[in-house]
Design a protein around this ligand. Structure first.
Ligand code: 2DT
Length: 215
C-alpha cells in the first residue's frame, strides 16, 4: 500500500466536527490516526490554550496567529511519518483554513490573506477537506461562549472568511478538494454517512507515489 490519506474536517465552533472526526477515525481504524489543532499538549499549545481560555491573557493578534501556525509546523514530522512511513490515514480536526479564517475575521490592519497564509506556506496539504456548515445558530450548545471567539457575530464573520480562504487556496487541478456539507437538522449518523460518501473514494484511491501535497 502507498501512503495514507490526509482528511481534514473544518467548520465553525460546535458544528459537530469533533464527533465526526471520531466517527471517521473509528471507521478507518486500525489504519488511522486522529489529530487536532490547536494541539494544546505542546509548550506552544499551552500558550494557545491560555490565550483561548483566559480572556485577560493578552497578546498581539499577529503573535497568536504565528503561534497557531508554529503549532502546525511542530507536528509536521509526525504527520509525514504517520502518512508515509506508517501508511496510516490521518483524520484532522481544524488546520490551515481555521488559522486563516479566524485571523481574517478579526479584521486587523495589515493582516490580509497573504500575510495570514505566508507562515503556513509549505505545510503538508490535506488530500480532502470537509467543511461542516450549520445554517441554524449553534450558540445554544452546552459550553458555547466559554472560550475566546465563541460569539455569534464573530462566528458569522469567520464563516465568510472560510469561504474566501477556500476560494483563494483552491487548486486548479482539484488535487486538494473541499467538500461543503450542510449539517442543518441532520442526525450524527446522517452526517457521518454524507462524509463517508465523499471520503471513501479518496481513501480507497491508490496514490501514484508517496509524495505529499503541500500548501
Ligand atoms: P477548538 O475549539 O477546535 O479547540 O479551537 N483557531 C484554531 C484559530 O484561531 N487558529 C488556528 O490556527 C486554529 C487551528 C478556532 C479553538 C479555537 O481556535 C481557533 C477555535
Amino acid at each position: 500500500m502507498t501512503r495514507g490519506k490526509f482528511i481534514l474536517i473544518e467548520g465553525l465552533d460546535r458544528a459537530g466536527k469533533t464527533t465526526q472526526v471520531n466517527r471517521l477515525y473509528e471507521r478507518l481504524s486500525p489504519n488511522s490516526e486522529s489529530m487536532k489543532f490547536p494541539e494544546r499538549s505542546t509548550q506552544i499549545g499551552g500558550l494557545i490554550n491560555e490565550y483561548l481560555t483566559n480572556k485577560s491573557f493578552q497578546m498581539p493578534d499577529q503573535t497568536i496567529h504565528l503561534l497557531f501556525s508554529s503549532n502546525r509546523w511542530e507536528r509536521q514530522e509526525y504527520i509525514e511519518k504517520t502518512l508515509v512511513t506508517d501508511k496510516k490515514h490521518i483524520v484532522m480536526d481544524r488546520y490551515v483554513y481555521s488559522g486563516i479564517a479566524y485571523s481574517l475575521a478579526k479584521e486587523v490592519d495589515g493582516m490580509d490573506f497573504d500575510w495570514c497564509f505566508g507562515c503556513d506556506k509549505g505545510l503538508i496539504r490535506p488530500d480532502m477537506t470537509v467543511f461542516l456548515v450549520n445554517s441554524k445558530s449553534n450558540d445554544n450548545r452546552e459550553g458555547f461562549g466559554k472560550e475566546r471567539y465563541e460569539q455569534k457575530c464573530f462566528q458569522e464573520k469567520v464563516h465568510e472568511k472560510f469561504d474566501i480562504t477556500f476560494q483563494k487556496l483552491a487548486t486548479k487541478d482539484n488535487t486538494s478538494p473541499v467538500q461543503i456539507i450542510d449539517v442543518t437538522d441532520k442526525s450524527i449518523t446522517e452526517v457521518e454517512e454524507l462524509i463517508w460518501k465523499v471520503v471513501e473514494p479518496v481513501v480507497g484511491a491508490k496514490s501514484a507515489s508517496n509524495q505529499l501535497l503541500r500548501f
